[in-house]
Design a binder for this molecule. Structure first.
Ligand SMILES: Cc1ncc(COP(=O)(O)O)c(C=O)c1O
Length: 387
């Protein structure tokens, strides 16, 4: 079946006893055993829980992996993955990285002796230069990155990693399995902040891990259960409900974001627009090859840093807030919000400066979005002129 059908049907045929079209929420943490040595398959809900199991199976299937693991947040999913590594291990990580992932690596994992080097993961020479024989264990890729929308050729990077005997981990939060399936391109592990497009409504915090291969899946199951940062039944259900409409939402997110990016591209107050759907974007060709569409996120750089504060203040429909992937449009100021924990030196190197704004384009009507951003930019320009 096509992915649209598989998404819409998540959990709908899994309860033969009642025929419930919406899978029930099982709150039980303990499960009765019929007799010694027998189990219904469920013992204790940290290890396995019915509602979460339906979600995890759907995630694995959608990402073309073998097993899915639902976690209490995207960061919990990353922490669970990082527990694969031991003292002395080294990771190669995308340069333009989500700030929380950077913080987890630099403030916490570093204390356990796990180090990371941040490079443009689309640059094979950079990968080669950062590789440390014996200690490098994995490559962690975000593609496209956020906020600068840098694109990595996943097939090429995963093939390089395989030659070196490294795991390839891909954060697929921005594109979702509807648009990009990294395991089909050679990745071993996919991670999601499911809080974003998969949930889709800015109302559930969740993370997902999908693994490929028996040994890796078994190891991840031990880590997931041992660390215990698992997703509760209510949130598992909310996430599945969100995922049922993923295809429709992604199509509208893409349509709106491309229209807005094209509109901003010719606006005199804007210096640059970063959207992989625009043909001048360096990742345009790779993105077209490895993904079936574009995400609803893009960034733009104002010509004058003084316009940023009044633009955010004058927005009426679009919210000044720091998340992405929901039906409501949000504008984020990465340098002081999502990427504040990344040192200024690294931020400047990649281009996350005080003129950069990130737009998570929602599913509102495109005319209303253009009108709102337009009036906010006009008001900001007027204020600067009058000052
Ligand atoms: C690309 C990416 N990965 C991981 C995370 C962390 O996910 P969560 O906020 O669900 O813990 C985020 C959060 O913004 C993200 O954007």
């Amino acid at each position: 079946m096509n992915i649209e059908s598989r998404l819409a049907q998540i959990g709908s045929q899994e309860d033969p006893a009642t025929g419930a079209v919406s899978y029930p929420i099982y709150h039980a943490t303990a499960f009765r055993h019929p007799r010694l040595g027998q189990s219904t398959g469920f013992d204790y809900s940290r290890t396995k829980s019915p509602t979460r199991t339906i979600l995890e199976a759907a995630a694995a299937e959608l990402e073309s992996g073998d097993r899915g693991f639902a976690c209490s947040s995207g960061m919990a999913a990353l922490q669970t993955i990082f527990a694969l590594f031991s003292q002395g291990d080294h990771l190669i990580v995308s340069l333009d990285l989500y700030g929380g992932t950077y913080r987890l690596l630099e403030r916490i994992m570093s204390r356990f002796g796990v180090s990371a080097t941040y490079v443009d993961t689309n640059d094979l020479d950079a990968l080669e230069a950062s590789y440390r024989e014996g200690s490098t264990k994995a490559i962690l890729i975000e593609t496209p990155t956020n906020p600068l929308m840098m694109v990595t050729d996943l097939e090429k990077a995963a093939a390089w990693a395989k030659r070196k005997g490294l795991l390839t981990i891909v954060d697929n939060t921005l594109l979702t399995p509807f648009l990009q399936r990294p395991i089909e391109l050679g990745a071993d592990i996919v991670i999601h902040s499911a809080t974003k497009y998969l949930g889709g409504h800015n109302d559930v915090l969740a993370g997902l891990i999908v693994t490929k291969g028996q040994a890796l899946s078994d190891e991840m199951a031990i880590l997931h259960n041992s660390i215990g940062a698992v997703l509760g039944p209510q949130d598992s259900w909310l996430l599945m409900r969100g995922m049922k409409t993923l295809a429709l939402r992604m199509e509208r997110h893409e349509f709106n974001s491309v229209k807005l990016a094209e509109w901003l591209k010719s606006h005199p107050a804007i210096e640059e627009v970063y959207h992989p759907a625009l043909p001048h974007h360096p990742g345009y060709e790779i993105q077209r090859r490895q993904a079936s569409g574009n995400t609803g996120i893009f960034s733009f750089r104002m010509k004058d840093a003084r316009t940023v504060e009044p633009i955010l203040r004058h927005l009426r429909l679009i919210a000044f807030a720091e998340s992405l992937g929901g039906v409501e449009s949000l504008l984020t100021y990465p340098a002081v919000q999502t990427h504040a924990d990344i040192p200024e030196e690294i931020r400047r190197r990649v281009g996350v400066d005080d003129r950069l704004l990130r737009f998570s384009v929602g599913i509102e009507h495109i005319d209303d979005l253009i009108a709102d951003l337009g009036q906010a930019i006009d008001a900001a320009l007027r204020e600067i002129e009058e000052a």
